[in-house]
Write a protein that binds this ligand. Structure first.
Ligand SMILES: *Cc1c(COP(=O)(O)O)cnc(C)c1O
Length: 475
């Protein structure tokens, strides 16, 4: 070993300095990476290291090589995908998490990590106004939260028929019917695929132009389900493009007559509407479901990776996820073991960053943040609606806006103009927005969800979009 001694105080101070420099420079730089994947790969490419290098050299070299290919996802005018801003308070809590190096696996490995999760879980249920007896697993994101919750669903609907899926698997098990909206998020289909339920053998329910299930279509399908076979219904709170909510009261009403039905809600960002009094009506009825998936790294602004799998029936949740071994400590009666609600054993103590963000915002701060983003989405939509040739495609009920360019010019031409406007906007760099196909046509998507975006940022971005569009149109 030739590794020189590391001066930790200096190293940590240097990391803080570099972190600050990155965040402080975001407003000035284009809201997109300076280089693409090929250049980023070239920047990192080198032979397998043989001789170790000093800590500070490694840190500075990492930052130097990575920076050009970093996206401004924590910037003020970043509206791509649905991406939270990694709030500084969450970041420092996460630094401490890494520094402490705790394994959140169980009470003995880290009493504080386990305790912090228990309390943060209770706060989440309170803020989202979900059944207080529900269990919460701290996972990597909504994808895994969907997987965990649907594993609990699979376990419970089969247990009611006397089938132990954890022990016996799915071979020869009674078939499970799955109903899902046609505009559900791709990760729910992935979760069904991981669970042996298949992403194709589902019944897809027709949706309206916002991507919400049509209550009549749902009722019609319900009339034809097998009343003796278990049923899992997957709904959505916050469609990835439009922000729309499935009609939960109608769905829950229609399924009440089925004796073995489980309703799961994918609410990666939309579930947070429940924490905002002016938007909570959108998410009415959701408390009647059996499980919910949501993210910390979207609206709560925790750093990646952080999501929550919430299940009304903790026994089903534990049955689906429990890891037991004689060398693993057991918990006392009524105590929560963090590993019983997630697929991993060793993992990051995500409760600390969650706890820190919930403390920092409080109930009022979260409500204000959700309201702020929804108001900015409306502001951008209303500003751009005035611009000739721009159409606002969705009903802006939440934080998502989708736009078409070349309105009235025909479908193909509109697709072409929309894609060119997206490319030109990304090149311009004032703000970042991506594209998607929505109901067969290209749209520009804006997601207002980063903590830092101000009204001035929103107006400046709307101005940039209008200007870039004029350039494309006159082109
Ligand atoms: C983001 C998102 C997901 C996936 O969440 P990850 O955090 O990326 O795993 C699932 N559903 C919806 C509606 C989403 O917006």
């Amino acid at each position: 070993m030739t590794e020189p001694p590391t001066n930790i105080a200096h190293l940590f101070a240097q990391a803080a300095k570099l972190a600050f420099a990155f965040r402080a420079g975001l407003d000035e730089r284009p809201q997109r990476p300076e280089v693409g994947y090929a250049e980023a790969l070239a920047a990192f490419e080198m032979p397998t290291p043989q001789t170790g290098e000093p800590a500070e050299t490694v840190l500075e070299d990492l930052v130097r090589r990575a920076t050009p290919g970093l996206h401004a996802t924590t910037g003020n005018r970043f509206f791509g995908w649905v991406i939270g801003g990694s709030h500084p308070v969450g970041v420092v809590a996460d630094w401490m998490t890494s520094t402490w190096g705790q394994n959140a696996g169980n009470h003995t490995a880290s009493p504080s990590a386990a305790a912090c999760e228990t309390v943060a879980a209770r706060w989440l249920l309170d803020l989202l106004d979900l059944p207080r007896e529900a269990s919460v697993g701290f996972v990597t994101g909504a994808t895994v939260a969907n997987f965990v919750a649907l594993a609990a669903a699979r376990s419970e609907v089969l247990r009611r028929l006397g089938w132990d899926v954890e022990a016996k698997g799915l071979f020869d098990a009674p078939p499970i019917q799955v109903l899902i909206g046609d505009a559900a998020h791709s990760t729910v289909f992935s979760a069904l695929q991981y669970l042996g339920l298949g992403h194709e053998r589902v019944t897809r329910i027709a949706t309206d132009r916002e991507g919400a299930m049509l209550p009549d279509a749902f009722t019609r399908v319900m009339r034809n389900v097998d009343w003796d076979a278990p049923l899992i219904v997957v709904t959505q709170a916050g469609q990835i493009n439009t922000g729309a909510f499935d009609p939960h009261p109608a769905i829950i009403h229609a399924t009440r007559v089925h004796s073995n039905c489980w309703i799961h809600v994918d609410g990666a960002f939309g579930l947070w509407a429940r924490a905002c009094p002016t938007r909570a009506a959108l998410a009415d009825g959701i408390e009647g479901a059996d499980s919910w998936a949501t993210d910390g790294h979207k609206w709560l602004q925790t750093p990646y990776d952080c999501g929550y799998a919430i299940v009304r029936n903790p026994d089903a949740h534990r049955r689906a996820m429990m890891i037991a071994a004689s060398y693993l400590p057991s918990v006392g009666d009524g105590e929560r073991d963090p590993s019983h609600y997630v697929p991993e054993l060793s993992r990051r103590a995500r409760g600390f960053a969650t706890w820190a963000m919930l403390r920092h915002y409080g109930r009022e701060g979260i409500a204000a943040l959700v309201e702020h983003h929804c108001r900015l989405a409306r502001l951008i939509a209303d500003t751009l609606r005035e611009e000739p040739g721009i159409a606002i495609v969705n009903d802006v009920v939440l934080n998502q806006v989708i736009l078409r360019f070349g309105a009235g010019e025909g479908a193909e031409k509109g697709d072409d103009l929309t894609r060119r406007t997206i490319a030109a906007l990304q090149e311009d760099g004032t703000c970042f927005a991506g594209g998607a196909q929505w109901q067969g046509r290209w749209v520009m998507r804006l997601s207002l969800i980063s903590g830092e975006t101000s009204e001035a940022d929103a107006l400046r971005s709307a101005g940039a979009i209008a200007q870039v569009w004029r350039g494309v149109r006159e082109g």
